[in-house]
Design a binder for this molecule. Structure first.
Ligand code: UT7
Length: 334
């Protein structure tokens, strides 16, 4: 059986930085509350009038990843695109990437698993490589949150958390079974779907219903029961890490770098304390980007790699938890 290995990484965020003070001009919030509860200092939001979308940001990140992998567009065999904020209700963003990057008419799928989207996407790509079906797969996580947030005081519990951005990697076939993705682990628990959700537009709750509600229907803004999600997140993050390590007969002592989905700095710090990780064993960048959902892990992995924090042979664990609920982990020998 083949193994799979990340051979190129890239990320893109819009230039437009929104600080916590900027938000306090839109709603009743303040820098102290946001930093104390979440660790977030600023986030990047696509400015009005920009042509950027989840698909275009994904394409920009993907271009960098393909170049760094030393490949050309004709080498890419398949596209896996994770997002909860696609440009269209359908089709998905994956097919837009095929067109935007002028790739051959290869297959493309979208993954709808929110904050766990990138872990699910990487796991999906990993299966296609390990079975021998494809050699080089473009895996993208991208989110355009800012256009879908309630930016009034009514939505402040969620609106201050999310940022826009994209990350991408090329996952390639290798015959070296000591390096690359060692294992992936995926979970879901749909009974908590309503705890972190955007209810509409959906076929169940379609446009005429929203228009008839006279602008008072908040079902098209994200809703989160923050405390409930937080409590589950700390448990599931810990389980996901342990499951990944145990499956490979490893322990926390073997871990060189843990890259958590950037949901809340307090969640990352809880996990760090629980597993007694040193500061150089965990990478956080929620302070600068907010929560970018399916893009957060791949942006963090790319940034950590660019800063030289990931070295040959390092043991890396990626873990995510979020809406669904969904959660999971990926164990990588770099
Ligand atoms: O990425 C997917 C997974 N997501 C997560 O894992 C997120 C998990 N949850 C969280 O990170 C936290 O629950 C939040 C950051 C969302 C909220 O923090 P919290 O400490 O749980 O605050 P809270 O929701 O209990 O709200 C506390 C108070 C409330 O006021 P009262 O009722 O105590 O008077 C809120 O109305 O803070 C108020 N509040 C705000 N105040 C200023 C809520 N949002 C804001 C805000 N600015 N933006």
């Amino acid at each position: 059986m083949y193994n799979s290995k990340i051979t190129g990484l890239g990320f893109y965020v819009p230039d437009n930085v929104i600080t916590n003070d900027d938000l306090s001009k839109m709603m009743d919030t303040n820098d102290e509350w946001i930093q104390e509860r979440t660790g977030i200092k600023e986030r990047h939001w696509i400015p009005e009038g920009s042509d950027d979308t989840s698909a275009t940001m994904g394409a920009k990140a993907a271009k960098i990843a393909i170049e760094r992998a030393g490949l050309s567009k004709d080498d890419i065999d398949f596209i896996v695109f994770a997002t909860l904020s696609p440009d269209y209700y359908f089709p998905g963003c994956g097919v837009q990437i095929q067109d935007m990057l002028e790739l051959p008419t290869i297959g493309a799928i979208d993954i709808r698993n929110q904050c766990s989207g990138f872990v699910y996407a990487l796991s999906t790509a990993d299966q296609f490589i390990k079975t021998g079906m494809y050699k080089n797969i473009l895996v993208i996580g991208s989110e355009y949150h800012s256009n879908g947030l309630d930016k009034t005081t009514r939505g402040r519990g969620v609106g201050v958390l999310f940022g826009d951005g994209a990350g991408a990697c090329v996952l390639s076939r290798t015959e070296d079974n000591t390096k690359g993705i060692l294992s992936t682990h995926l979970h879901s628990q749909g009974k908590y779907a309503d705890k972190l959700v955007v209810h509409s537009p959906s076929i169940k709750n379609w446009v005429p219903k929203i228009i008839a509600s006279n602008g008072e229907d908040i079902s098209y803004f994200p809703y989160m029961d923050g405390t409930f999600v937080f409590k589950h997140a700390v448990v599931r993050f810990s389980e996901a890490i342990m499951e990944g390590l145990t499956a490979n007969n490893l322990t926390v002592n073997d871990l060189d770098m843990f890259i958590p989905h950037q949901a809340n700095l307090r969640i990352s710090q809880f996990v760090q304390r629980k597993f007694k990780l040193r500061d150089d064993q965990i990478y956080n960048n929620i302070m600068q980007y907010g929560n970018t959902t399916a893009a957060s892990i791949i942006i963090a992995l790319t940034e950590a790699w660019e800063k030289g924090k990931i070295k040959d042979n390092d043991l890396i664990v990626l873990a995510a938890f979020g809406s669904g609920f969904t959660w999971g982990s990926v164990v990588i020998r770099w």
